[in-house]
Design a protein around this ligand. Sequence first.
Ligand code: NAG
Ligand code: NAG
Ligand code: NAG
Ligand code: NAG
Ligand code: NAG
Ligand code: NAG
Length: 342
Amino acid sequence: MGVRNLRLKAFTFGLTIFVITVTTFLLGYTHKHSIDIWKSDSYFLRFSEKLKRLVNIPIRPCSCDACISESKLSPWFDERFNDTIPTLLTKENNEIPEDVYQWWLKLQKEPKPKPFNETVNRLFETLSGEVDFLEASSYRCRRCAVVGNSGNLKNSGYGIWIDNHDFIFRMNRAATVGYEADVGRRTTHQFIYPESAANLQENATLILIPFKVLDIEWVISALTTGTISRTYAMVPRRIKTSRDKIFVYNPIFMKYVYENWMDRHGKYPSTGIMCIVFALHVCDQVDVYGFGADANGNWHHYFENTTKPSGFRKSGVHDADFQANITENLSSINKINFFTGR
Ligand SMILES: *[C@@H]1O[C@H](CO)[C@@H](O)[C@H](O)[C@H]1NC(C)=O
Ligand SMILES: *[C@@H]1O[C@H](CO)[C@@H](O)[C@H](O)[C@H]1NC(C)=O
Ligand SMILES: *[C@@H]1O[C@H](CO)[C@@H](O)[C@H](O)[C@H]1NC(C)=O
Ligand SMILES: *[C@@H]1O[C@H](CO)[C@@H](O)[C@H](O)[C@H]1NC(C)=O
Ligand SMILES: *[C@@H]1O[C@H](CO)[C@@H](O)[C@H](O)[C@H]1NC(C)=O
Ligand SMILES: *[C@@H]1O[C@H](CO)[C@@H](O)[C@H](O)[C@H]1NC(C)=O
């Protein structure tokens, strides 16, 4: 009786250890992999989707209540949204058509641009360039927060809501330290151009929006020799971001935002609208914070002690009112949730 009892105990103990080990492994695995936007789908998800197709169960594009890519809900949206446009330049997909190239070259005219192809090839000798998005899946709801820099975030208390997203996109000089209660502490992706690179969070993925060939050269320099310290303004000589966490926004996608969404208003689209449309393509649900004026109609940044509008607001480079109409439209058809801080 005693021996049996002992064996049973040993068996139960062994089983418990086994279950704990397996559970820990699985939890660790799913946690690690659900957080990483660039990792491909798990085999399990792919397999179950194939199975569903086989037995003819209708497949939704995502598991949220509503999925952005669902069509036939708004003709206005369907006319503009095109899922086949590449979001990033990659090692394999690094060529841009001549018409895109000619349009792009005029954005910030460079006196003597280096050859585009050569520079991009050099870039991908430096970066890993192996982009693999977290693919859309009917078992997955990719929830993203796009956090602009508007002063309307002040005293909003949005921090905990913002941090509660799978991916958190910020732009330009966005700061979090000291503003956590209103803007959150996490950043998964930061969209910048060389002149706006500041406050880069160590572990955030950097997405460079290039406006000239020099911008691509800057990334190479900032990771290697550190020789470029100035474009039309001072730029950081070095960046801390690791090479496998730097990606380049595709000029093809820039032109798509300009034509399909901005209807060619302004000279080129702002970082803000480029970030929102990007999110529409890689997320299933998009919550937008920190865009537009504050309650008193002021256009400024939450991290500046001024209510004066910042740089581009009145320069004519961007058409802020047209852009506001796009986000209002997107919000009115529930493709984005727009938070105004009031
Ligand atoms: C989407 O973009 C592709 C590539 O530019 C183009 O061939 C296609 O016609 C576009 N689709 C729609 C519906 O506009
Ligand atoms: C880059 O190279 C491709 C293939 O050789 C060529 O078709 C394209 O025109 C080049 N693009 C530029 C911007 O030079
Ligand atoms: C960045 O990641 C490393 C390793 O995962 C971690 O130790 C570090 O605390 C992170 N830094 C920030 C600022 O989150
Ligand atoms: C803004 O003003 C506050 C209080 O006057 C000060 O603590 C803070 O450092 C200032 N911030 C900046 C960015 O100048
Ligand atoms: C927003 O939607 C309205 C009504 O469909 C349309 O008239 C307007 O052109 C849209 N605005 C933009 C910027 O596309
Ligand atoms: C956007 O602008 C159009 C025309 O200027 C207007 O009809 C429409 O109501 C605006 N959209 C929203 C959601 O305010």
